[in-house]
Design a protein around this ligand. Structure first.
Ligand code: CP
Ligand code: NVA
Length: 343
């Protein structure tokens, strides 16, 4: 089905229909498989991405910046010191001014309302590069990785174990949209938003997916195709980190938890990881761990998103010219006749 993503914002995984997610993933696979063709075509030539970061980043910054460069465009990194949203300048003015310079904005923020306000006032598309509430770009890469390792999404079961945070919210929406069952396992008191649970479950009723929250680690992992976790204390929650450690004991991906999942279950983690807390190091390095494919796919999935949002999907490289007929080998020069008489 044809999808229209040109000019669109991506603030929440809920914003995307199942068909739109599949269109992004199909293009992500194509860009990954034929990257030389896409790099050569430079479909985002002349385009600039403005990147606003209120929080630290390795993957999001580097995957967006490198992705733009590979596709012929340019990305500008703006640290919190550069814009100080709401302090040096209002969110509204930042959105309006940036829109006069750049073609697309990506923002990593604390309050989700900030990225929503940027989108309200910007005249170019705005992409959520993580807010306290959602992390949709991460989930596009996760779904791409699950397709690669599990051959599909519909009917698969993902168990997210840990804090009911931004990543959990986007997984619930994204999973429900594509018909993937999502179980979120948390200690009591750390459940995802009840509203997200209700909305994702509603979406799931239409796509055949179940979305639920449980508190027992073994119960959550039972029969899972995918075990996924994230840090117990997110960026901005550093002061709670020690108190959370005690409350999250037993909510770790390790060999014991894997024994409850399907034999061929894969392991995902959005990274950065705190080894020995939400995942043990050995589990992260098993042959079924896809965590580094997942990190790589951030770039491919976001490249696909950018190409579609910028309306540049038709700009892939021209078909390679048919190979020129090899030039006929030059005829060997006649050798001088042997036995020439000596002069
Ligand atoms: N997974 C993720 O978003 O990583 P960064 O925080 O390093 O960008
Ligand atoms: N939940 C984590 C995700 C990091 C990619 C955080 O917000 O810090």
């Amino acid at each position: 089905m044809a999808v229209k993503l040109q000019g669109r914002n991506l603030l929440s995984m809920k914003d995307l229909s199942g068909d739109e997610i599949h269109a992004i993933l199909a293009l992500a696979h194509d860009i990954k498989a034929h990257r030389a063709k896409w790099w050569h075509a430079a479909p985002l030539g002349g385009q600039t991405l403005g990147m606003l970061f209120q929080k630290p980043s390795l993957r999001t910054r580097v995957s967006f910046e490198t992705g733009m460069a590979r596709l012929g465009g340019h990305a500008i990194y703006l640290s919190p010191v550069d814009f100080q949203l709401g302090k040096r300048e209002t969110v509204e003015d930042v959105a309006i001014v940036l829109s006069r310079y750049v073609d697309v904005i990506m923002a990593r923020v604390f309050e989700h309302e900030i990225v929503a306000e940027l989108a309200k006032y910007a005249t170019c598309p705005v992409i959520n590069g993580l807010s306290d509430f959602e992390h949709p770009c991460q989930i596009l890469a996760d779904l791409q990785t699950i397709q690669e390792w599990k051959g599909g999404l519909k009917g698969r079961t993902l168990n997210y174990i840990g804090d009911g945070n931004n990543v959990a919210h986007s997984l619930m929406f994204g999973g429900a949209r594509v018909g993937m069952n999502v179980t979120v396992t948390t200690p009591p008191g750390f459940e995802p938003s009840g509203l997200v649970l209700a909305e994702a479950a509603e979406i799931g009723r239409a796509t055949g997916a179940t979305v639920r929250v449980v508190h027992d680690a073994a119960e959550g992992a039972k029969g899972a195709d995918v075990l996924y976790t994230d840090v117990w204390a997110s960026m901005g929650q550093e002061a709670e980190a020690e108190a959370r450690k005690a409350k999250f004991q037993g909510f770790q991906i390790n060999a014991g938890l894997l024994s409850h999942a399907k034999k061929d279950a894969i392991i995902l983690h959005c990274l950065p990881a705190h080894y020995g807390e939400e995942i043990d190091y050995a589990a992260s390095r098993t042959p079924n761990s896809a965590i580094f494919d997942q990190a790589e796919n951030r770039m491919h999935a976001q490249n696909a998103l950018l190409v579609l949002v910028m309306g540049a999907a038709g700009k892939s490289a021209p078909k390679p010219k048919p190979a020129a007929t090899p030039a006929a080998k030059p005829k060997p020069k006649p050798r001088p006749a042997r036995g020439r008489s000596r002069r």
